[in-house]
Design a protein around this ligand. Structure first.
Ligand code: MIC
Ligand code: SF4
Length: 654
């Protein structure tokens, strides 16, 4: 069987092929696919739409495009509300749904309202693969890529390696879907999924509900995978019925004789509760190995674990009990519909009665928007990321767990195996999840209405400036050298700086602050330069600011041992060349302060880095194709498309 025939037997291959508009289905080669749905959230969305405007896109060409407001909702001053007003006016202008602040976390709401089996979804948030729980090929990308897909252009992605995750057995009581993905992370780590899709199959699949599947596909992002996907089956139909969309059901399964490129075997019956220890989602051990650790705070919520099923589980465990006096418990419902149903069915009273602090239906503590732990405090969170400092407290010790484990910790005050709390009775699930629409604004129906809309810009919203062409000879100093697994939270911290997302000159003052607070000043003084890094550079978020702001400060190239997928694409989009050491050991031959040059006049398989300070020549390789190289030479995708537009009358965005 050829590689292509093999791929077409997988669900991933079938959906990609059905959406193929450019290229061949050859593993590792780039293809262009048609995107049916897009989503943005406010922290990436303002920049995405500013770029769409700069490219002359004026209308969504997709089946559904949604602009969510869920990250940046505190409104300390005018900046957040100005961004929200901008996003609302853009939604009206472009014909998008607008999910207003308080309506819920984008991925939870998208699962409830819009995700469909067999469709493609591109989102400017790395946890977009959540919709893979409902059988979509759902991919996270930078805002510019999402804006272009919204405007009708294909999305370019490497044909992935498809990893079959074979599930057998059934989860034991108090063991959760979260433990499945934590076990996968334990085995393949935070870089084991790069350029791969995790496709679930086997008899264990039918034992998992859609919200449980969505927890798994959501956190699949932490392996670096392009996406994760479950079949569409009776569970999918049951979920779609529950949210009133059964007419959108289609069956999706891999062929019986499917042969995956790689496989992972998981017997659900043998799993036990797991936690990811500080400071990486890949640092996973069994809960029972950490039970002596005292807990100060527990946070339940985030796009990973905030479904109705999750929060009813929390309520049932807490009913009639009290959160320990020395522990704070916060709960962020994933959506307004979840929140409302908890209230209607009495579970909210159980949560409040036990001493939980109910927060808004937003990302909240997950992105450092409030609820930071105390100094050196231990916080057990049902979230998906525990990178150092992300919680808002640099020395906070964040553990990631299931809802069951988190609530057990809130009750005992130390890390606790939830199986020690006794069995939870069967969780009563309703036949219908009533969808609330008060905070979901529909697109304007007619072009006439859309033409009337005036876009609202607050004073903090700065237009995006396209970059100049890259010179043939890149010269400069190494202005920073960093280690392995540098996350986008290290490069472009979020938390208290989120209101600066629409103001690049201001946000750029904080580039690499967690690694080196002097970076901004040095970059300015040296007029930009090079950054040298270890493995998996740029893991985590899709935030294109982690490329855009360094590019604004004059960073010309990142020379690393390897890169995370979304960040690599963002670097290309913003005119920073991502280059890799041919021999990883050469990382040691370059030090901060060294003077380097790289001649990039001609596209080829290799470039040579000349280290003038050490009189060394170091071979560098890359994963760029000719089109990526052209984009880079033109100074990034925005400048590239503008240039293309000058030579044609059409912007290519329909
Ligand atoms: C995250 O979880 O890191 C975020 C905040 O949702 C990001 C997006 C962003 O930085 O705005 C992500 O996952 O892509
Ligand atoms: Fe929001 Fe956290 Fe999910 Fe990112 S990971 S979308 S910040 S809830």
């Amino acid at each position: 069987m050829s590689d292509e025939q093999k791929l077409l037997k997988t669900i991933t291959g079938k959906i990609l092929k059905a959406h193929l508009v450019e290229g061949e289905m050859v593993k590792g080669k780039e293809i262009g696919i048609r995107i049916d749905q897009t989503l943005t959230q406010d922290a990436t969305g303002t920049m995405a739409y500013l770029q769409a405007e700069a490219l002359g896109i004026s209308k969504a060409q997709t089946e559904v495009s949604v602009s969510y407001i869920d990250h940046n909702t505190i409104g300390e001053d005018f900046k957040n509300p100005d961004d929200h007003a901008y996003l609302q006016s853009i939604a009206n202008k472009f014909g998008l749904y607008l999910s207003k602040a308080g309506n819920g976390i984008c991925h939870q709401v998208h699962l409830e309202r819009f995700a469909r089996p067999g469709r493609t979804l591109l989102g400017s948030d790395s946890h977009t693969p959540t919709a893979g729980g409902l059988g979509s090929i759902a991919i996270g990308a930078g805002g510019l890529d999402v804006a272009l897909a919204m405007g009708g252009r294909p999305f370019y992605v490497k044909v992935p390696t498809v990893v079959g995750v074979h599930l057998t057995g059934k989860l034991k009581p108090m063991v959760a879907a979260k433990d499945v993905i934590l076990e996968i992370l334990r085995r393949i780590s935070v870089k084991g999924g790069v350029n791969k899709v995790l496709e679930f199959y086997g008899p264990g699949v039918s034992t998992l509900t859609v919200p449980q599947r969505a927890t798994i596909t959501n956190m699949g992002a932490e392996t670096g995978a392009t996406t994760s996907i479950f079949p569409s089956d009776e569970q999918t139909l049951a979920f779609l019925k529950c949210v009133g969309r059964e007419n959108e059901y289609v069956e999706l399964k891999a062929d019986a004789d499917v042969q995956y490129d790689e496989t992972i075997e998981i017997n659900l019956s043998l799993l036990e509760p797991m936690v990811a220890k500080p400071h990486s989602p890949g640092n996973v051990v069994a809960v029972k190995e950490c039970t002596s650790i005292k807990v100060d705070q527990v946070c339940v919520g985030s796009c990973t674990n905030s479904s109705y099923e999750d929060l009813v589980t929390a309520a049932c465990m807490l009913k009639g009990k009290k959160v320990r006096e020395d522990v704070t418990l916060t709960i962020s419902p994933g959506s307004m519909s979840v929140y409302h149903m908890l209230a209607e069915n009495g579970y909210l009273a159980d949560l409040i009665g036990a001493g939980a602090r109910i927060l808004e239906c937003t990302c909240g503590p997950c992105i450092g928007q409030g609820s930071a732990p105390r100094s050196n405090g231990v916080s057990v969170r049902t979230f998906n990321r525990n990178f150092e400092g992300r919680s808002g407290t640099k020395n906070g010790q964040i553990y990631l767990s299931s809802v069951q484990t988190a609530i057990a910790c809130a009750l005992t005050g130390h890390i606790t195996d939830p199986r020690d709390m006794g069995e939870l009775r069967e969780i009563p699930m309703p036949e219908t999840l009533r969808m609330k629409t008060a905070l979901l604004v529909k697109p304007l129906e007619t072009q006439e209405e859309r033409n009337e809309v005036k876009i609202s810009y607050g004073p903090n919203i700065q237009p995006i400036e396209p970059k100049k062409e890259l010179p043939n000879n890149l010269e400069g100093e190494v202005i920073l050298k960093v280690e392995n697994d540098i996350t986008t939270d290290h490069i472009m911290p979020a938390g208290k700086y989120l209101p600066l997302r629409s103001n690049v000159p201001e946000y750029a003052k904080h580039v690499f602050e967690p690694c080196d607070p002097k970076f901004h000043d040095r970059a300015k003084e040296k007029n930009g330069g090079f950054v040298v890094a270890g493995e998996n550079y740029g893991q985590g978020s899709s935030r294109e600011h982690a490329a855009l702001c360094p590019s604004y400060l004059g960073v010309k190239a990142i020379i690393a041992k390897s890169f995370a997928r979304i960040h690599l694409a963002n670097l290309i989009n913003f005119g920073i060349i991502p280059l890799t050491f041919k021999n990883a050991a050469d990382y040691d031959k370059v030090a901060q302060g060294d003077k380097l040059s790289i001649d990039i006049t001609k596209f080829g398989g290799e470039f040579t880095l000349v280290n003038h300070s050490k009189d060394a020549r170091i071979p560098l390789v890359h994963t760029l194709n000719e089109s990526n190289f052209k984009i880079l030479k033109n100074g990034g995708l925005l400048s590239h498309i503008r240039k293309e537009n000058q030579t044609s009358t059409c912007c290519g965005c329909k």
